[in-house]
Design a protein around this ligand. Structure first.
Ligand SMILES: Nc1ncnc2c1ncn2[C@@H]1O[C@H](COP(=O)(O)OP(=O)(O)OP(=O)(O)O)[C@@H](O)[C@H]1O
Length: 287
């Protein structure tokens, strides 16, 4: 399976939001990473077929999605940022409702709901009202609704917002499990959401894909340029002029810094292995 975005552009009024996005995806997790307002949601809505791009094409296995119509939409599972749930519905009723919208028969829906309740670890909570669900449970229910139609393309828009660290890890493992034979596009501005599970990371800035690659590719870019150093507090401003300070920690003797810089930012700076967070900060430090 191959999903291709060709020359995607999008304008809202006169404002250019997406600029010539070209991307080819195969099964696995694609982590769409970038600051707020850079066009991640807009791009995902285009792939989910709820927004038409101003220009460009989306091709699934070389077929234009607009020509495929329902056949394309049948392959999509979408968890938008603000999935509305009816608080007075039980989780089971909510899933039956979405299944009906997706055209599943009652029997098919019933079987699928039982399987998905287990997948997202909500089997014991299906009769509870959605309004009584915690943030993490709502996200898992959101994933279940997106999976009802066995989608081969799963689009998750900031699925981990508001989750505590434990839920975040659980959620990440769940995404990893369900990505085996699907293309999963996951947008976030939290580096750790994609750090362990993304097959490819897509760095998005101001409507453009700035860099695409495996975590290894991206961290390799900064090989030999990430340093740690213990310095007196007064040196911070001077070091900030030399490179990107990605972390500052107070210590008994001053500051422990992590810095991205081509040259050593100060005497006694030690080279360390680059992380995805270093890469993110390097690209987006100035917003
Ligand atoms: N319907 C709309 N009409 C006009 N402008 C819009 C519309 N939707 C989004 N925008 C603008 O498009 C830009 C990109 O928004 P988008 O939601 O795609 O970014 P994002 O990267 O997903 O941001 P976030 O991380 O905050 O969700 C923003 O400047 C936003 O204000």
């Amino acid at each position: 399976m191959e999903l291709k975005l060709q020359g995607i552009e999008h304008n809202f009024g006169k404002k250019r939001i997406l600029n010539s996005i070209n991307l080819t995806m195969s099964p696995g997790v694609y982590g769409l990473l970038g600051p707020n307002g850079t066009g991640k949601t807009t791009l995902m809505r285009i792939v989910a077929d709820v927004l038409y791009p101003t220009r460009g094409k989306v091709l699934l296995n070389e077929q234009n999605k607009d020509e495929m119509g329902d056949l394309y939409r049948a392959q999509i599972g979408y968890l938008p940022q603000d999935l509305g749930m009816y608080n007075h519905f039980s989780a089971r009723d909510f899933l039956y409702y979405v299944a009906a919208l997706k055209g599943l028969s009652k029997k098919e829906a019933g079987d699928r709901i039982e399987v998905l309740a287990q997948t997202v670890n909500l089997s014991g909570e299906m009769d509870k009202k959605c309004g009584k669900y915690s943030g993490g449970m709502k996200r898992r229910l959101g994933i279940a609704q997106a999976l009802l139609n066995h989608p081969s393309i799963l689009i998750l828009d900031e699925p981990t917002v508001g989750l505590d660290p434990m839920e975040r890890v659980r959620f990440r493992n769940l995404i990893s499990e369900i990505s085996a034979e699907r293309i999963v596009i996951l947008s976030t501005h939290i580096v750790s959401d994609v750090d362990h599970i993304a097959k490819q990371v897509l760095l998005m800035g101001r409507g453009e894909l700035l860099r695409q690659g495996t975590i290894k590719d991206l961290t390799f870019d900064l090989e030999g340029e990430v340093w740690e150093a213990d310095v007196p507090g007064r040196m911070l401003a001077q070091i900030e002029e030399k490179g990107t300070v990605v972390n500052v920690q107070q210590t008994d003797n001053g500051l422990a810094l992590r810095v991205v810089s081509k040259d050593p930012p100060c005497e006694d700076a030690r080279l360390v292995n680059p992380s995805l967070e270093d890469v993110y900060m390097h690209y987006f430090r100035r917003g």
